[in-house]
Design a binder for this molecule. Structure first.
Ligand code: FES
Length: 388
């Protein structure tokens, strides 16, 4: 008898994606982005939580329900023009919309795969960062700078980690990641307990909007901690491709013990097709140590003479939220042009606790996007925030 009152599943909505010319069925409990990705559409995205704007698209027809208010990151002009965030948009049952997807013509397109992986090597790089090598059961293609999500079977929440090596054309059967131990992190707690070589996990990728845009402008890279992974991947790939743009790489660490992959960076510098300047910066190195290099905050070096022409540079930033926020403020104040700043902000379990820090981070980014507190500059950043 009770079966008579069973709820019928709600009719899904449909999103027409232009200029792709694709219709995507959107179940009522999914965002437009989630439905598009599950349908195999290579929809631009990065954070999936409404902060990076990578999924920004224009609603041409119909209505959406905002999971989180779009005005948190979109400007009044963008809202007026009909822009929404696909990761924060749901459809009412049976609704139909037409969405114009903001596709960067340079954006790399690779099929997103979910495959079985097996850990083949786990090597300590510093006291709190390991290199993990994962063999996968089918070749995975990605763009340098992108990431994959990793999830061992017994761990509920998948974690996103950037590929730490340049991709091989045609796909890689073994993938490298740099993983930092994070306080309270379920995945890294498990990983750092003992060697996990031989263990299996599920790997999904690629994802992310952090990749090198073709241009002539000089480059400045800033990385901190395990944020080195995507930068190293981009640098290796660019060096291999013969990219001939002057580049400065500022690498922030606490002490000499926290520096790693220096030989690999110097090897890239040696074969870079233009000027390449590598500046490791230590923030907590004892004053009486033998270190003769740069000291202080890595973002203090985002200026001449270390970065000769900052205003004309294209910037790529990867690392913890305070480093990224500080760098965004410096770049905005220096007048770095709209669209020339790309970042991947590594959020970990400690940043996500109670979500309070996420809101603070987002607010800081909102300030950077709209030029609040940054010498009146108005800049729009293509960016990503990744939950590590
Ligand atoms: S993927 Fe939607 S805002 Fe980042």
């Amino acid at each position: 008898m009770f079966g008579l009152f069973k709820r019928r599943p709600k009719t899904p909505g449909v999103a027409r994606l232009e200029p792709l010319g694709v219709d995507v069925t959107v179940p009522v409990n999914q965002s437009v982005l989630q439905a598009a990705l599950e349908a195999g559409v290579d929809f631009p995205h990065s954070c999936k939580v409404g902060t990076c704007m990578a999924c920004r698209s224009r609603l041409v027809e119909g209505k959406v329900k905002a999971i989180r208010d779009f005005s948190y990151v979109l400007s009044a002009e963008e809202l007026k023009a009909g822009y929404i965030l696909a990761c924060q948009a749901k459809l009412a049952p049976g609704d139909r919309i037409v969405l114009e997807v903001d596709i960067d013509s340079q954006r790399p397109h690779f099929p997103q795969l979910t495959c079985d992986g097996r850990i083949t090597a786990q090597t300590a790089l510093t006291h709190d960062i390991v290199e993990l090598r994962v063999a996968v059961d089918q070749p995975l293609q990605y763009a340098a700078g992108q990431y994959a999500t990793l999830r061992p079977a017994h761990i509920e929440r998948a974690r996103e980690y950037s590929f730490a090596a340049a991709p091989t054309p045609g796909g890689d059967n073994e993938l490298r990641f740099f993983i930092r131990k994070t306080p309270g992190g379920q995945f890294t707690g498990w990983l750092f307990e003992q060697s996990r070589v031989g263990e299996t996990l599920e790997l999904t990728g690629p994802g992310g909007d952090f990749w090198l845009r073709a241009a002539e402008a000089p480059l400045v890279f800033v990385a901190g901690g395990s944020g080195l992974a995507p930068v190293l991947s981009v640098l290796e790939d660019a060096a291999r491709a013969g990219v001939a743009r002057d580049a400065v790489f500022l690498f922030g660490a606490r002490t000499q013990q926290d520096l790693y992959q220096v030989d690999a960076i110097e090897a890239i510098a040696g074969r870079w097709a233009a000027q390449f300047r590598f500046v490791p910066v230590l923030s907590h190195e004892p004053a009486d140590s033998d270190w003769t290099g740069a000291r202080g905050l890595v973002t203090d070096y985002l200026a001449a003479p270390h970065v000769p022409d900052l205003a004309a540079s294209h910037a790529y930033l990867c690392g913890p939220p305070p480093m990224i926020d500080a760098a965004l403020a410096v770049l905005a104040a220096a007048g770095v042009a709209d669209g020339h700043v790309h970042y991947d902000k590594f959020l970990d379990a400690s940043n996500l606790a109670g979500r309070r820090c996420v809101a603070v981070v987002s607010a800081a980014r909102h300030a950077a996007i709209h030029g609040i507190g940054s010498a009146g500059a108005v800049a729009t950043f293509r960016a990503g925030e990744k939950q590590h």
